[in-house]
Design a binder for this molecule. Structure first.
Ligand SMILES: [Zn+2]
Length: 97
């Protein structure tokens, strides 16, 4: 397991480049956000996925349900980054599966 360290500040998030670290954009009134993250495998890749607070946005692209917590985030379903990594983000920890 690897801690999904959360950064409020995007500049610090991008500068530190910690594997599995996360930064959420402001969900706003539509409760839709992007979760930016560095691949938990340690390859250094930066990625982002579409999330909704307690729902999966229907926008024609893959999306995830987010529990709305930045410090202890949980996403459903699991996150797959071919061919690097596949696992779950639960309660602020990445768990490979
Ligand atoms: Zn990777």
């Amino acid at each position: 397991m690897i801690r999904a360290i959360h950064f409020d500040a995007r500049t610090e998030f991008r500068a530190r480049r910690l594997p599995g670290s996360v930064h959420f954009t402001d969900p706003g009134t539509d409760r839709v956000s992007y979760m930016w993250f560095f691949c938990p495998c340690g390859c250094g890749a930066l990625d982002h996925i579409l999330t909704g607070v307690e729902f999966r946005p229907q926008s024609g692209v893959p999306s995830w349900l987010w529990n709305g917590s930045r410090t202890e985030p949980t996403l459903r379903p699991s996150v797959r980054r071919q061919p690097h990594w596949h696992g779950w983000l639960r309660d602020g920890y990445w768990e490979a599966c």
